[in-house]
Design a protein around this ligand. Structure first.
Ligand code: ZN
Length: 268
């Protein structure tokens, strides 16, 4: 099932994306995570603005987790997952603008990532059972202000600006993605492909990441794990590239969909 959140004239509605359009999920679940995809019944077709499909409690992000990205960055393969965070206030939906002040924020980059939506409270889970904690998957763009990221010694400021975590368009429930390590994914900027890879390039797969994180902190329903980005970031191109006012960024994952975000960064 593909679950979306819509802003309608009646407020925020949880709906399923079907061949008939968006259909309200009956039983009026308060959140996408309250939907039982095996038992959900669909009601009338509804229209509205597509919002980010989940309001995350915390966003756990993983750095340097694709072999092709580690090669382009000339880094060593991490011995264990490199964890950082993005503030939940950075989340926007498809269609919303990535905004920044170009006089203060420079070298803004794209990063397509498979985002794992946690469905149950999870602590100290072995990798063999970890996928049972997954509610579903969505597309994330881990937008990164490289100057701030590399100036600070840690990455929170450069990763957590308002609007720097586009998510969506839907949560595809885990039953429809039995193997998250076989998905093509990529990014286009103004229609030009800049990232294209496969989740099979991950150093630590989804099950290992959930298991590792759960050794140190509890993963709660609605938390997200952003699983890292493949090669093709503008920062590592020759010459370097970055996002500018008027650009349009599309990030996509096979079987999930794509999110489209314009860049709004006018010079003062
Ligand atoms: Zn990232």
């Amino acid at each position: 099932m593909r679950i979306v959140r819509l802003q309608t004239s009646d407020g925020v509605v949880t709906a399923a994306q079907t061949s008939h359009g968006f259909q309200r999920i009956l039983g009026d679940p308060a959140s996408p995570l309250a939907v039982d995809p095996a038992a959900a019944e669909l009601g009338d077709v509804v229209e509205g603005e597509v919002l980010a499909p989940v309001v995350p409690g915390k966003i756990v992000a993983i750095g340097l987790n694709y072999l092709d990205h580690i090669r382009e960055a000339s880094m060593d393969v991490p011995q264990s997952p490199l964890i950082f965070t993005k503030f939940p206030s950075s989340v926007i939906g498809t269609g919303s603008a990535i905004r920044f002040d170009p006089s203060e924020i420079r070298r803004v980059d794209w990063e397509v990532e498979l985002a794992v939506v946690i469905g149950r409270s999870t602590r100290s889970v072995p990798a063999a059972a970890a996928l049972e904690s997954v509610f579903g998957y969505t597309v994330a763009n881990d937008v990164s202000a490289r100057e701030a990221q590399f100036a600070d010694g840690q990455w929170v400021r450069g990763k957590s600006l308002d609007t720097f975590c586009p998510l969506g368009p839907a949560i595809v429930t885990a039953d429809e993605i039995p193997d998250p390590q076989r998905l093509a994914l990529g990014t286009r900027v103004n229609g030009e492909s800049v990232q294209e890879s496969s989740t099979k390039e991950m150093v630590f797969g989804v099950a290992d990441l959930i298991s590792y994180c759960s050794r140190f902190f509890t993963l709660e329903p609605g938390d997200l794990i952003l699983t890292g980005t493949p090669w093709g970031c503008g920062e590592f191109m020759t010459p370097q590239r970055s996002l500018r006012d008027g650009d349009v960024v599309e990030t996509w994952i096979e079987g999930i969909g794509e999110i489209v975000n314009p860049v709004l960064a006018p010079a003062a």
